[in-house]
Write a protein that binds this ligand. Structure first.
Ligand SMILES: [Zn+2]
Ligand SMILES: [Zn+2]
Length: 334
């Protein structure tokens, strides 16, 4: 099965955390944490519509400037989410530059930032044209675990303990639509942007008898029209959606462990920090981080299918393989 999302760590595991998640059929991506982003190509950065920041320690947030730099002067709204006090951190970043010429930009970039507390969220909008001064009163809403809900997917968050509040995130596809290219070929219809519209129609739950028109370059005067349900039967294979979870910078406590196992349960792919070896359990505890063994054990308890560990302490620069090994031994695949 071909998943719709292709998560990729931006940096090697000894460097800053950032998980780039481009969508397969769209020029769009999500970003989980924003440490150093210099390895992302500008065209990849421009695809990012939503950024999710676990906490504002520098190694997770320093790339905010890179995004802002790329988005300036573009007609775009960038949504960014973070833990309690996040708006203060965003405003601090924005306040560190001079914005006196931005009213000359013909397109208005807008930043929509949400600070997520247990039980409620606070959102503020910062427009480039207004020198990023927040112009509306903050908007408060209840928070019940879901940050973004779109027809095709949702992004969820839970608060964990890193001596400060730190967010873990999961991305869940509603269901997966796999296009059978050989069937398309038989119908004589090429792939194209219509496939995105076709998937959207399925995700929106449009009635099977809805007329669906396919037009493509070189189709002559018109394309072809199908009933949505018949077309789906002919060219699509619908299966359960993928789930991905992202967890960094947490102490191994009974409360965190129970929340993590529940949150990451049955994920197809778990990205989780493995900062230290079990041999340095005491340092991990003092610094509010997980060991590789703990990360692997949590992945096993959550019944995840695939495990990727990262965010290693620099002290393992020459023996990072030991962290991979310890995590995967505890996970049970070695
Ligand atoms: Zn960190
Ligand atoms: Zn941290």
């Amino acid at each position: 099965m071909r998943p719709s999302f292709h998560p990729r760590l931006v940096n090697p595991p000894l460097e800053d955390p950032a998980l780039f998640v481009p969508f397969f059929f769209e020029k769009r991506a999500l970003l989980f944490d924003m440490g150093d982003l210099h390895r992302l190509a500008p065209k990849e950065i421009l695809k990012v519509t939503h950024g999710f920041v676990s906490h504002a320690h520098m190694d997770h947030f320093v790339g905010f400037d890179t995004l802002l730099r790329a988005f300036l002067g573009r007609q775009k709204t960038f949504h960014i989410f973070g833990p309690p006090n996040f708006l203060q951190h965003v405003e601090g970043k924005l306040a560190s530059y001079t914005w006196n010429l931005v009213e000359n930009y013909s397109h208005g970039f807008s930043l929509k930032a949400t600070e997520v507390h247990p039980g409620r969220s606070i959102t503020r909008v910062y427009d480039c044209e207004k020198s990023f001064r927040p112009h509306d009163p903050p908007e408060e809403a209840p928070f019940e675990g879901i940050l973004v809900a779109e027809p095709a997917f949702s992004v969820h968050a839970v608060h964990l303990d890193h001596k400060i509040s730190c967010l873990a995130f999961s991305l869940q596809e509603r269901f997966h639509v796999n296009i059978m290219k050989d069937r398309l070929k038989k119908l004589g219809i090429p792939v194209g942007p219509w496939l995105g519209k076709f998937k959207d129609a399925l995700y929106e739950g449009q009635a099977p008898e809805t007329a669906f028109e396919i037009v493509w370059k070189g189709a002559g005067n018109g394309g072809r029209t199908f009933r949505l349900g018949e077309l789906a039967e002919q060219i699509a294979c619908v299966s359960p959606g993928q789930k991905m979870a992202y967890i960094v910078d947490v102490i191994f406590s009974a409360e965190n462990a129970a929340k993590i196992v529940e949150f990451a349960r049955d994920a197809d792919h778990l990205f989780i920090e493995a900062a230290f070896l079990d041999a340095e359990l005491e340092i991990a505890r003092k610094k509010y981080h997980l060991t590789a063994g703990q990360a692997g054990m949590l992945a096993r308890a959550a019944n995840v299918k695939q495990l990727t560990v990262f965010h290693f302490s620099p002290r393992y620069a020459h023996d990072a393989h030991r962290l991979h090994r310890e995590a995967h031994e505890a996970f049970g695949v070695l």
